[in-house]
Ligand binder design. Structure first.
Ligand code: SF4
Ligand code: SF4
Length: 214
């Protein structure tokens, strides 16, 4: 899931300077689960903006704000409305997808943090940096690129103490976790597998399954 957090209110109000009539677009998927873009948060944003003198001309809640066709369909309600700006309550992907579909300024109400595991409602952990060359097969299913503070694929560094990371002692050292996990699985020999020479990720990335399947 893409994890988002509400931007400070002052940051949003600063972006909205000069706008009077706005539309609010949320996201019924990840942002709803992060409590940053669901029905409740749209209602709260509407009340917040109205209390500061804005007119909210429309609110829209696509099931997934990163889905271009869904967003295009749902944003049809904005046609013909007198709107100065759109406030996006989604991740950065969702806000850009809204921007692709309207000729209006679109302002993010959230900051996009990471791709995370949902431990339980409201508790998230970063687990993948989407590096494009997954090494989980030789690291016991624990990602060093993300869960090692230095992104080392040949750790541990010399700094771990009692299994904790030198960069943030609140965190377990990813490489100690990896070692223990592989030991438990009887697969310590995986540590001899090469993780170097990894394919560098190029951005922006694209994937077209129609071409891949040819
Ligand atoms: S190695 Fe880590 S960052 Fe890369 S794809 Fe796998 S889980 Fe994601
Ligand atoms: S202590 Fe462990 S997790 Fe922290 S930077 Fe070093 S290898 Fe990575």
């Amino acid at each position: 899931m893409i994890i988002t957090r509400k931007k400070p209110e002052e940051a949003l109000l600063s972006m909205l300077q000069g706008a009077k009539r706005v539309a609010i677009v949320g996201c019924g998927s990840c942002a709803a689960a992060c409590q940053t873009g669901g029905e409740k948060e749209i209602g709260e944003m509407k009340a917040f903006l109205e209390a500061r003198g804005f007119q909210v001309a429309a609110t829209v809640l696509p099931d997934e704000c990163c889905h271009k066709m869904l967003v295009k369909r749902d944003l049809k309600v904005l046609r013909g409305l007198d709107v100065d700006a759109v406030v996006g309550l989604a991740c950065g992907d969702g806000v850009q997808t809204v921007a692709d579909n309207v000729d209006l300024p679109v302002y993010p109400a959230n900051d996009t943090l990471f791709l995370g595991q949902v431990e339980r409602v409201g508790i998230f952990h970063e687990y993948c940096r989407m590096c494009g060359d997954c090494v989980l097969g030789v690291t016991g299913g624990i990602c060093p690129v993300t869960r090692c503070a230095k992104g080392l694929v040949n750790g541990p560094c010399g700094g771990q103490r009692n299994g904790k990371c030198e960069v943030d002692p609140e965190n377990d050292c990813a490489w100690v976790l990896i070692y223990r996990r592989l030991e438990k699985l009887g697969k310590l020999d995986a540590l001899l597998s090469p993780t170097g020479g990894r394919r560098p990720a190029a951005h922006p990335a694209h994937l077209n399954l129609r071409e891949v399947r040819k």
